[in-house]
Design a protein around this ligand. Structure first.
Ligand code: HAM
Length: 427
């Protein structure tokens, strides 16, 4: 049987929802541009290798969540599950490193796709606003990149957002840590899921993201909670870098916690990693509205030049839910300035002409196109709740003086057609 319903985990945006989305997108772009970022628009799909290589074969995103298919030319294609790997691919392919360094600052806004179990704040198609910066590795830059997210949150009026930050070290630290995790989990691995049993040999750090074993308790031991923490394995160099990030952050007025358990679910990170967490008293509490970190090696591993990167992505769908909860969308109703009523065919044409003039001047004007009777036209007014109703009948049309009703004061005046726009604008 034909199925004409939307795909599970996707949503349609119209009416209020699309007004909210456009608003958030406009603020995102405004903030990114004011911080010196240029927009990058990459394709919705890429060669599968772009994500497998960078996000990591053992990550949940690659392993379980990608929409991957063969196109008609039998190429393996993937709907992008995130932006970082795709932007890095573009940075290299377009040789941006040749022209835009020492610092390339890019932002993106658009849909991403992950085959996840839909639930609160989790969709199969969702939107991210993200930034990526290439060229330098400095604690100061890490803080600056984090502050762009806060500029965005502040502009939206978002409250109760906490930064969680950690370092997962350089590759040397990660090697030591992986060894320690392997040793620790080997005591429990027989009772863990098949993914964890594989990951203990391929990528022990990814065991920490496991969704099935996250609350596993064996002989009274909370297996995940008690796992070794990365901070004990940082090299002195990685530790000094992170200490400087934390010290620098203290100069800015943002609440943050160092969370040694934060490792992020994507393989490309090195050193600083962070998430923006919502604190609230409902089901959104603890949800990450965004996350990111530094990645020293992604570009180098694809083209042999040493260009470190750092960035973050904010989940716009989650952000909108949080903003709705915090009552931040009160001023966004669509405002109709005037409904123009025509009481005969020629008056309707005069009304349409007036509507065109109003729209050129930035006023939102609507009309009923089919009916000349009063009743259906007032019905439209009830629905749209315009600030003014302009009524044109034969007498008004001939004299050029139209009846203008003010719906707030419930008064009406006769206004010459030439003056209607300035009359409405001035009220
Ligand atoms: P991520 O943590 O996988 O990082 O995703 C960032 C944000 O996207 C999450 O915090 C969440 O708000 C949102 N998100 C992720 N999955 C879903 C979903 N299924 N439904 C709704 N929202 C979701 C990245 O994607 C990295 N590329 C971030 C980054 C940029 N790192 C460096 N540069």
């Amino acid at each position: 049987m034909a199925n004409y319903q939307k795909i599970k985990g996707t949503r349609d945006f119209y009416g209020d929802k699309s007004i909210k989305l456009t608003y958030v997108e406009n603020v995102a772009k405004e903030v990114a541009i004011s911080y010196g970022y240029g927009e990058i628009v990459t394709p919705i799909f890429e060669n599968t290798d772009v994500f497998v290589k960078n996000v990591g074969e053992e990550s949940d995103v690659v392993n379980k969540e990608m929409y991957t298919f063969l196109d008609k030319g039998k190429r393996s294609i993937t709907l992008r599950p995130e932006g970082t790997a795709a932007v890095a691919r573009s940075f290299i392919e377009n040789k941006m490193y040749a022209t835009s360094l020492p610092l390339t600052k890019l932002f993106y806004f658009g849909p991403m796709f992950r085959y996840e179990q839909p639930q609160t704040g989790r969709f199969r198609e969702f939107r991210q606003f993200g930034v990526e910066v290439y060229g330098q590795g400095s604690p100061l830059l890490d803080c600056d990149v984090i502050m762009v997210a806060y500029a965005f949150f502040n502009k939206l009026g978002l409250k109760n957002i906490k930064l969680k930050i950690n370092s997962i070290g350089n590759f040397e630290s990660r090697g030591l840590y992986s060894k320690a995790l392997k040793e620790y989990f080997s005591k429990y691995v027989d009772k863990m899921c098949p993914d964890c049993q594989r990951r203990i040999n391929t990528n022990p750090m990814r065991i920490l993201d496991c969704k099935c074993d996250k609350d596993l308790e064996i002989d009274g031991v909370k297996v995940m909670e008690n796992a070794p923490k990365i901070n004990e394995y940082l090299t002195p160099e990685a530790k000094a870098y992170f200490d400087e990030v934390v010290d620098t952050l203290k100069n800015f007025n943002i609440p943050f916690d160092v969370d040694y358990g934060l490792v992020r679910g994507l393989d490309y990170y090195t050193d600083t990693v962070f998430e923006f967490i919502i604190e609230s008293d409902d089901e959104l509490n603890g949800l990450a509205v965004g996350g990111g970190g530094r990645y020293a090696d992604m570009i180098k591993s694809m083209v042999n030049i040493d260009v470190p990167g750092i960035g973050w992505a904010i989940g716009v769908d989650r952000l909108i839910s949080v903003m709705e909860n915090q009552g931040l969308f009160t001023d966004l109703e669509r405002r109709v300035d005037a409904v123009i009523m025509g009481l005969d065919k020629d008056s309707k044409i005069a009304g349409l002409q007036l509507a065109q003039e109003m729209r050129k001047e930035g006023l939102i004007a609507e009309m009923e196109y089919c009916k000349t009777a009063m009743k259906p036209q007032f019905k439209l007014c009830d629905k749209l709740n315009p600030r003014f109703i302009v009524i044109i009948g034969e007498t008004e049309r001939e004299s050029g003086n139209y009846t203008v009703k003010n719906t707030a004061t419930k008064t009406q005046e006769i206004v010459n057609v030439k003056d209607i726009i300035s009359y409405i604008k001035n009220k």
